[in-house]
Write a protein that binds this ligand. Structure first.
Ligand SMILES: [Fe+2]
Length: 261
């Protein structure tokens, strides 16, 4: 998803990489739906390091682990060599308090609001304990409203796990962000949000909605078939997304599919 721009408007962008739904297991023999999730995430990371480095920050948008907090230690070991900040939001398979405790030191930075020059990244916890669907608490919506008022001079990218708009797949839409309309209502009170970025749906989805780029990204392990009303595993390979956020508020972004070696 990109908007056309003239070369003279080009300026140095904020460069981000998004990896999502890694579903990491605590030991090397772990598999999810038959996929060695550690191996496929490592392959995505190496691909990105070869093709899209350096970056200003890495975003991990939920389902970092498959229901076992010991996998955060594996993730910390994999990311230890990063020199840029790594920002995370929890998904429905994460354990938020354990995530906060085990990923509490550099390169991880779990601050909900991060200012990068002309841009502000706002991370929202949409997870609900022991539930697959998402919900933003009243406190989180109030926090967002305040943050958008405070950073009204900035372009904003909202980052969360669950999809705030339907993606056209009945089973996935039944576990979407259930109060997505409330989120969109808060966003509509301000004029600074340029993009919303999420995971959860294990597929690429892009939509321009009232000038806001709405984006989901494939998982680093397995994908779901878009448009299916019942769960179905897609044959598409692992993937990730790069984003360039420009000072004029435009976003250049692409999904990268990582085919087998
Ligand atoms: Fe997931």
């Amino acid at each position: 998803m990109s908007r056309t721009r003239s070369p003279r408007r080009r300026a140095k962008p904020l460069r981000l990489l998004q990896f999502t739904d890694m579903h990491l297991c605590p030991d090397r023999s772990g598999r999810v739906k038959g996929v060695d999730t550690m191996e496929s995430f490592s392959r995505c990371l190496e691909h990105a390091r070869s093709h899209h480095w350096p970056v200003d920050a890495v975003l991990l948008t939920g389902d970092l682990v498959q229901d076992d907090s010991r996998a955060y230690l594996e993730l910390a070991a994999i990311m230890a060599r990063e020199t840029c900040p790594v920002h995370c939001v929890p998904g429905n398979h994460d354990l938020p308090s354990e995530m906060d405790a085990l990923l509490g030191q550099p390169p991880f930075d779990l601050s909900p609001v991060l200012r990068y020059g002309d841009w502000t990244l706002v991370h929202l916890d949409s997870s609900v304990p022991r539930a697959a669907h998402g919900q933003l608490s009243a406190e989180t919506l109030e926090f967002l409203d305040d943050a958008l008022a405070r950073f009204s001079d900035s372009h904003v990218l909202l980052v969360l796990h669950h999809h705030p708009v339907p993606v056209g797949s009945a089973w996935l839409d039944s576990i979407r962000l259930m109060n997505g309309p409330e989120l969109l209502e808060v966003v509509s009170r301000h004029r600074s949000v340029r993009g919303m970025l999420w995971g959860h749906v294990h597929q690429s989805f892009e939509l321009m909605r009232e000038g806001i780029a709405m984006m989901s990204t494939p998982s680093t392990c397995f994908q779901f078939v878009p448009g299916h009303d019942e769960p179905a595993i897609d044959e598409r390979p692992p993937g990730y997304r790069w984003l360039h956020l420009y000072p004029d508020g435009t976003i250049d972004t692409r999904v990268v599919w990582v085919h087998g070696t």
